[in-house]
Design a binder for this molecule. Structure first.
Ligand SMILES: NC(=O)C1=CN([C@@H]2O[C@H](COP(=O)(O)OP(=O)(O)OC[C@H]3O[C@@H](n4cnc5c(N)ncnc54)[C@H](OP(=O)(O)O)[C@@H]3O)[C@@H](O)[C@H]2O)C=CC1
Ligand SMILES: CC(=O)N[C@@H](CCC(=O)OP(=O)(O)O)C(=O)O
Length: 342
């Protein structure tokens, strides 16, 4: 029996990517789709690229019959997500793609998001959704909090190194290039073609990006002491993909060997031969992460480059991977398709 799936926020980019993935997933079928301003429309009119699929029309989430749903993906803006999720049936399995349940400490949440959380008990219950590091807890979870896409990219680069103690903890720099679909489908002036194409800009500079809350929480827990990384994201005129360049102190060969060991059995994580660097072109549309380590002419410094697709491994692919575990399906089911190239 295939598992019946509901998607709330199906008219957004991550919602569409969930549908694209589920369309070729042998263990899941789309049973209900919800939206806000686009409720009442057919998916073919909202996303013509999904026209060939036999999909239910978009409704408002209150119209979904959750009694016939096995798992619900919630792909809503943060803050809206916690308001909706706190009203869903108590036993519903949920994978939330928003930022609402990632931070465990309510004070941290308020610090980064500016408001008191509307569902503090659920915030405590939620399991952080970085599958490779939380898979045992995810398998038994009712509510999983998908990670930020930048936060995922930085953590794949650094978690094994912090855990193994092969890098310095006080001089880590993460420089990220982020594609525009990371900002969602709603209209924003700075995302107009004339203002985005042919140019690049840094944003949330100087320690302001809210994904630092995730880095602080996760890296400090791993190290057993506070870890504060320097992180600057850059908006680039590409549709999909994140490329993270990490600058760390440590022996580059030891860094590479640690990465190889840590990810040896991971189906979605490819550590490249020493000295090779990844490209977003090589992971596009897939659930794969490519990691590359090189040395530097400055002795004792190493560079760690990571690439993933923000709409797949950075959100919807990760969400399906987590849902597989929660539903007792093989973790890789529906996710092994090769990237789209060129
Ligand atoms: N884009 C990315 O790469 C990543 C996104 N995320 C997170 O995933 C979530 C979804 O992102 P994304 O798909 O890009 O966002 P979009 O802006 O593309 O889509 C948002 C969706 O939420 C719906 N929505 C908006 N407001 C409401 C409301 N008040 N009530 C009900 N539904 C509402 C929209 O419906 P309608 O269109 O009908 O108005 C739409 O379906 C966000 O929290 C985002 O931060 C996480 C990691 C990566
Ligand atoms: C280009 C761009 O704007 N990217 C987004 C990434 C969004 C993301 O990872 O999702 P959450 O909003 O769920 O954290 C940003 O940097 O905020």
């Amino acid at each position: 029996m295939t598992k019946k799936i509901a998607i709330i926020g199906a008219s957004g980019y991550t919602g569409a990517e969930l549908i694209r993935l589920i369309a070729s997933h042998p263990g899941m079928e789309v049973a209900a789709l919800a939206a806000n301003s686009k409720a009442g429309q057919s998916m073919a009119s909202v996303f013509p690229f999904l026209r060939h699929l036999d999909l239910p029309d978009l409704v408002i989430w209150e119209q979904i019959d959750f009694a016939r749903i096995d798992l619900c993906f919630c792909a809503l803006p943060h803050k809206t997500s916690q308001e909706v999720i706190s009203q869903l049936p108590a036993e519903m399995k949920i994978v939330d793609l928003s930022a609402d349940f990632r931070l465990r400490d309510p004070a941290d949440y308020k610090n980064w998001y500016g408001n008191d959380h509307a569902a503090v008990e659920m915030q405590q219950e939620a399991v952080y959704g970085l599958t490779e590091f939380y898979r045992d807890r995810i398998a038994g979870a009712r509510l999983v909090a998908g990670t930020g896409c930048n936060a995922a990219t930085g953590q794949y680069s650094l978690r094994p190194l912090i855990q193994a103690g092969v890098i310095g903890l006080d001089d880590i720099i993460l420089d990220m290039k982020c594609a525009v679909s990371g900002a969602g489908r709603s209209l924003k002036e700075n995302l107009l073609h004339a203002e985005l194409s042919e140019g690049y800009n840094a944003y949330a500079v100087g320690g302001q990006h809210r994904h630092l809350g995730e880095f602080d929480q996760e890296f400090s827990a791993l190290a057993g002491r506070p870890v504060r990384v320097q992180f600057t994201p850059h908006l680039i005129p590409a549709n999909r993909g994140i490329l993270s360049t990490g600058y760390v102190s440590g022996d580059a060969k030891a860094v590479h060997e640690t990465m190889l060991r840590a990810y040896a059995d991971e189906p979605f994580i490819e550590v490249l031969p020493f000295g090779e660097t990844p490209s977003t072109h090589h992971v596009r549309g897939s659930n794969f992460v490519h990691l590359g380590v090189t040395g530097d002419r400055i002795e004792g410094r190493a560079i760690v480059v990571a690439a993933l697709d923000n709409l797949c491994k950075g959100s919807s692919g990760q969400a399906v991977q987590n849902a597989n575990l929660m539903l007792g399906l093989p973790e890789t089911q529906g996710l092994m398709a090769a990237p789209l190239f060129p």
